[in-house]
Design a protein around this ligand. Sequence first.
Ligand SMILES: O=C1O[C@H](COP(=O)(O)O)[C@@H](O)[C@H](O)[C@H]1O
Length: 244
Amino acid sequence: MSEPCQLIRYCNQPELARRAAARLLASLIELQADGRVAQLCLTGGRAALATYAELGELVPGSALDPSRLELWWGDERFVPTDGTDRNAGPTLALLARHFLVDPARTHPMPSADGQVDAAASAATYAKELGETRFDLCILGVGVDGEVAAIFPGHPSAEPSTQSVIGVTDAPKGPPERISLTIETINRSREVWLLASGQEKAEVVSRAVAGDSALPAGRVSGRRRTLWLVDEAAAAKLPYYECSA
Ligand SMILES: O=C1O[C@H](COP(=O)(O)O)[C@@H](O)[C@H](O)[C@H]1O
């Protein structure tokens, strides 16, 4: 049985991004302390990008060894590599400004360039992923309670024996995506969910309570499930002291 989730509430979105990045850096450094490679799974969206921007600033001069950091993605838009919608491209651009991202340890999901379809590309990524278990899996939360490209009431949310799936007819654009399944996300040691903004308040309160109709209510880390939210996204939760 998984541990109950934990939640930290920050005063506003910039503070959330700053503190989430500092926490992420500290966790990665701790994971590397015994000489091993930290397995980090990233996502897209505004909350995550703001956190990566802060992380990039913090890495130079820190104890993090970027050569022992393996980067994966939880979801991707199945569009051409140079599409502005991609998750991996903008993230890598942000990080590479501040430290050397090792291409051999960087695993973006396939783009649509030269690929048959999202399902075939998902199978390719599943092979690359193999039995990898992430030390840390970062997720954003959509207004409908989506995580990665798993949408509520959509075939992507059905239980699956696959580790990675091709998603078609996504309820918001672009319609074709690639996503880890909930089962794959849940083999992570830690899952962190980032949510900011008042439009997320309803789904945050339902997902934190474990509403299984929402993909965000069905994800959990083996060791820890941590919600990092700003005050607006926490508006419908019982009151906690703001941590910043
Ligand atoms: O479509 C997506 O959106 C979610 C949430 O993004 P946000 O901008 O509301 O923070 C994101 O986690 C996911 O990766 C992305 O594909």
